[in-house]
Design a binder for this molecule. Structure first.
Ligand SMILES: Nc1ncnc2c1ncn2[C@@H]1O[C@H](COP(=O)(O)OP(=O)(O)O)[C@@H](O)[C@H]1O
Ligand SMILES: O=C(O)[C@@H](O)C(=O)COP(=O)(O)O
Length: 433
């Protein structure tokens, strides 16, 4: 079955981190689907008047059993909220540890949806992520040769998605190759049926350009569960979109940030974030986090950074200067030296906690806009600020919209490590004028 135009679709997205959640929410809105983004699973049922609900989780690098349990709870909550299609959103660079969590979570959601096979579709061609013969590329590099091989938490050293899935999950993977994809949705649907009959559990989707995402979406629109990066949402959204563009523009306006004291927090160590930080250093007040003090001086260091950040943010706002930058961003050599000295997990958790506590403190002192680089970093900060839900605003760069808390004056730009151009931090502030 290729299209379900007579069945109203309500899409429930389970996103494994917060930048990923805003990424997909932004594309849904941009392509005509009204969307609300929730931080975590609400304690109680909430009435949400939108075609799509995105639940942001922080389950990318936690133990697999915890990720599965949380994803299943999110699925159940979304089902009760009236969703009839489910989308497990992971990273376009397939960020995962050796133990998961993409494989175990996909297995659990397949069981919950009573579905035999899930597509694996991380591609996002607008940001250079494509899949060919089952290998994931980041622009012109194999994933395993890209900067992702040095990721501090989820280093990716194999670009063959079928192999990565089979190592983490319970079943076997098959390929829907470019040769099939290029013939469009009907042929794609036939191939998926064939893989299901062969007993495959995951279908890796070759995808080179946006048209392929539209065709894949048309082939799977009736499947209860899909998995992917945010690119597939472009295709699904175009099939789901209402024609009321005026309403969508009004919704986007609700997500626009307001001028106010602003702060940039950068915890990503990706190649692109390193370039963005270097580009911004000559433009504004900045301070690099001293990881030894972060681990050893705890509260005293936090207080010192908090004071510096809020003073600089208020001053920059009053004087019409660019927002200050606080960063832990470092090169692969610096990261590995830190990890050897203190342990990888200890260091990353301490840095994430510092950013979260700092954000909560400076919000109390009047900072109202946060530009954050890094998925884990963004999750930590959003949780510390206790934001329950976001309106989705305009896109700063593909996959990075401004989002605005629904209950108070607080806006955030949650930038995935590798997204945005070199001048991203300045570009984000153009929306604050
Ligand atoms: N200098 C550093 N040394 C070691 N780890 C770091 C350093 N700076 C940041 N980190 C950690 O690296 C991780 C980066 O992940 P994340 O925020 O998701 O960025 P990305 O979006 O690039 O994946 C975080 O856990 C962060 O705390
Ligand atoms: O799909 C993507 O690339 C992003 O939405 C995403 O998940 C990014 O994760 P981080 O690079 O960890 O921010």
């Amino acid at each position: 079955m290729i299209t379900s135009q007579y069945v109203p679709i309500r899409l429930g997205v389970i996103a494994d981190d917060f930048t990923g959640a805003t990424d997909i929410a932004g594309f849904l809105v941009q392509n005509g689907v009204s969307t609300v983004q929730l931080s975590g699973i609400p304690d109680a049922p909430v009435t949400v008047d939108a075609q799509a609900i995105v639940i942001s989780l922080k389950i990318r690098s936690c133990p697999a059993a915890q990720a599965v349990d949380t994803a299943l709870q999110a699925h159940e909550w979304l089902r009760k909220a009236g969703c009839n299609r489910f989308y497990f959103k992971y990273c376009s660079t397939f960020d995962s540890t050796a133990a998961g969590n993409i494989g175990p979570v996909t297995d659990a959601l397949l069981d919950a949806c009573q579905q035999p096979l899930a597509i694996i579709c991380p591609s996002l061609p607008v940001n250079g992520r494509t899949v060919y013969q089952g290998h994931l590329f980041v622009f012109d590099q194999l994933l395993s040769e890209s900067g992702m091989r040095h990721h501090p938490v989820t280093p990716m050293t194999d670009s063959h998605l079928g192999r990565v899935m089979e190592a983490q999950a319970r079943g076997q993977a098959g390929l829907v190759s470019y040769d099939v994809i290029r013939h469009g949705s009907a042929v794609i649907a036939e191939r998926l049926q064939e893989l299901t009959e062969q007993g495959k559990r995951y279908a890796v989707m070759d995808t080179l350009q946006e048209q392929h995402l539209l065709d894949i979406a048309a082939a799977v629109i009736d499947q209860p569960l899909v998995t992917g990066g945010s690119g597939l949402a472009i295709g699904l959204a175009r099939l789901m979109a209402t024609e009321d563009t005026a309403q969508n523009h009004a919704a986007e306006a609700e997500g626009r940030p307001a001028p106010g004291p602003s702060l940039i927090l950068s915890g990503s160590c990706s190649e692109m974030t390193n370039r963005q930080v270097n580009h911004y250093l000559p433009l504004a007040a900045h301070r690099m986090i001293d990881i030894q003090r972060c681990l050893e001086d705890g509260p005293a260091y936090l207080l010192e950074l908090q004071q510096w950040s809020s003073e600089q943010a208020l001053q920059a706002y009053q004087q019409g200067q660019p927002a200050p930058l606080l960063y832990a961003t470092a090169t692969p050599d610096q990261v590995s030296a830190t990890q050897q000295a203190y342990g990888a997990e200890r260091a990353s958790q301490a840095i994430e906690a510092l950013f979260g506590q700092l954000a909560a403190g400076v919000y109390q002192q009047g900072v109202r806009n946060f530009i954050i680089a890094g998925g884990e970093t963004s999750s930590s900060v959003t949780q510390a600020l206790a934001v329950n839900a976001f309106h989705i605003g305009p896109q700063i760069a593909p996959g990075v919209p401004w989002v605005r808390a629904t209950d108070r004056l607080l806006s955030m730009a949650l930038k995935s490590g590798n997204f945005g151009s070199e001048s991203f931090f300045s570009r984000a502030q153009e929306f604050l004028q």
